[in-house]
Each structure stands twice: as C-alpha cells, then as structure tokens.
Design a binder for this molecule. Sequence first.
Ligand SMILES: *Cc1c(COP(=O)(O)O)cnc(C)c1O
Ligand SMILES: [Zn+2]
Length: 420
Amino acid sequence: MTQPSSFLGYTCSLCGTQYAPHEVVYVCPRDGGNLDVNLDLAAIRRSPIHPATSATREPSLWRYLPLLPVADPGGNGTPLRAAGWTPLFSPPQLARRLGLPRLWIKDEGRNPTASFKDRASAVVVARAKEIIAPVLVTASTGNAGAALAGMAAAVGMRSMIFAPRTAPPAKVAQLLVYGAQVILVDGNYDSAFDLTVQAAQEYGWYCRNTGYNPFTVEGKKTAAYEIWETIYPQLTGLQHPLCIFISVGDGNIISGIHKGFKDLQALGWIDQMPRLFGVQSEGSAAIANAWKARSETIQPVESHTLADSISVDFPRDGIRAVRAAQQTGGAYLKVSDEAILKAIPALGSAGIFAEPAGAAAYAGLTSALDQGIVDSEDPILVINTGSGLKDVKAAMQSVRPAPIIEPTLIALRKHLEATR
Ligand SMILES: *Cc1c(COP(=O)(O)O)cnc(C)c1O
Ligand SMILES: [Zn+2]
C-alpha cells in the first residue's frame, strides 16, 4: 500500500478516537461515527500550493493533490483528471433582481458526469487504486453512482451501483452507459445503502457510500479550495463573511466544504471562515430539524420530495452537517417543492440549468433573503450541485409547455396575437 506521507490517519467525529491509516476503512468501530481524515499540516504548509501560482496548475481538483490523503492516481487524458475546477459565474441580471451586488454561482453541473459527486468519486477511485481494490460499489440516488461509474470507467476499474428503482431515467442511463453493473432495488435510497454495506462485506468490494467512506469528504472539500482561490481575493476589505448556500441530503457536501475551510484556517491561509447555509427540502429535513433543535441526535424522517438527490430518510453525515452551520454562524433553511420548482427557471434565466436538488440551494437563498437572514451587504455564493439534464421530467414541470402550431406564418401570427 502506497500512501502519501501527509496522510496521518483518522479521528472519529463522535468519540475522538484516533486511528492509523491501516486500522480502519469506513466508520468508527466503537460507535459508527464518521471519521475525519487527519493530514500533516506542517508538511503541507511547506508544499508549493498557493493562489499566486495557480495559473500554472491543473484545471481540476488534482491541483490540490498536496492537500489530499491520496497519491496521484494517474489517469492523465481521462475524465478522472477533469473533476472539479468548475466555472464560477456572477450573473448580473440575477444579482440585480435579488438586490445582491456580490452574488456568485458555482456550477457543479459542469463536472464530467454532471454533478458535485465527481469530486468524491474521483478521490475514492484514487484511494481504491492505492489499496488495490478491484471492485467499487456504492448506493446512490443516482448522481453518486453515475460519478463512481464514470470515474471508475475512466481508469478501467469495475463498479457496482445500487440505486432505487425510482431513480430518474437519465441517471440510470448514465450508469448503464458507463458500463457499471447496475442493480435497482425495490426500495428507497436508505434500503440500497444498507444493502451495499452488507454486500461490500460479503464480497470484498470497496464501498464508496456517502457518509460512510471517509474519502468522500476529502474529495468534496476541494470545492472549498476553489472558492478560496477564486472568490476570496475578491473579498478583501469586506467586513461581512462569504455566505455559501448548499443543498443538503446526507450532509456530506456541506461537511466536506466545512472541512476544506477548516484546513485552510488551520494552515493560516484564510482569516475568515465563510458562513455555511444548508438547504433541505421540507419533505426531507432531518438535518435541518436537528439544527433547529440544537441537537446532535438525528431523527429519521419519511422523505418525500421531487428533489431526488436530497431525498434521504436517515442522513449518514448528519452530525457533521449540523456542526457545519452551527460552527460557522450559518443556518439551515427548509424549502418546499414548489419553491424548488420555481428556482429552476430562475437559474435558467441566467443560463444555468439545475436539477431540482441544485435549484434547492437557490430557493434557500431567496427564503433567507425574505426572512432577513442574509442581506445585500453579504457576499453570497450559491452552489448548483447538479445539471438540469439529469432530471428532464422535473425541468418540464417547472415551466409552461411549448405550444404546437402548424408550420405557417398565418398560424404563427394567430398564436402570437392570442398570447400577446
Ligand atoms: C448528493 C447531492 C446533494 C446532497 O449532497 P449530500 O452530501 O447528500 O448532502 C445535493 N445535490 C445534488 C445534485 C446531489 O447529487
Ligand atoms: Zn467513535
């Protein structure tokens, strides 16, 4: 097993027990707590990572290799090297409409398999190469699976994906096209999750599950580094910290972004932490409920939301996700499916096509503005976590259907007059 010398081991997020890299694989053996990866920050501080040199570095998350607990996975010339370093937009019309002079949108739909999940899957694939795990498995509502299938295919590794039979067809199509072995379970995401944990043990597969495999957070934290490199230089002189809106299902993305900023703070590379705002669907709000109750006990819900990527009964990274908002002066917001549907064409009007879970973050921003939780003084970033092409059915629900007319000028004139 080769691993970078900066990877020191793990600390349990619940009981604080420390483990060496070879001692554990997934969660804390004592209490099932999520494990935080420990890095040798002193060694990293001596590494050549610095924004001033960024122009010479790779346009992907691999530009942060010295900050990751994996060795270089290779895969040059493949989509594995294209995960991350997603575009950052500052749409002027949206900013004006919302009365926000400093508004950014980071479009994670532009990852190789079209969601934020590529960050996690890329790093888990790198880890699998190191520990020589020939078969990767994950439970997924769709995107984590597509990301794992795509990243594994890129470097010729095998993947097994378990998804609910109700997953949107575009996501299932991706899994199949990437050549994964796909198993649809007659149940929800939570039941697929439990089955993969058992199956991984039974068959010796390496399990990527979100909020279970400690390397997913390490991949997801790279979004924080990109925000640091691209937005932080624009914040100098501002009193108000950056407010980041993130949609939340299992809570692993918000935990990852929190981890990334904690790393930067520990390295002394940022003075100010951003405030992290988690956005959940009203119908799948176990983490928002715990945050509101100031509790670290996550009560499962029976989730119902059209935003399938954040439809989770029992979030697997709930405690760290509660802390992400609590420790940064952020908050949790709950949004309705109607508000999520409205957010899709709102982002669309700026040329950004989001799937429902991605649009939920924008719906959370509008709700926070309405409630006065944030205002025009605050610099604000919304993360669109997935492409609208992932769920065309929901996209069509969010807009009025197009008219069908006879292909004549007369018919066109009649239509234009009728709808004027
Ligand atoms: C997975 C996912 C989320 C939520 O991430 P968690 O880590 O489960 O909180 C949000 N949006 C999209 C598009 C996703 O695929
Ligand atoms: Zn523990």
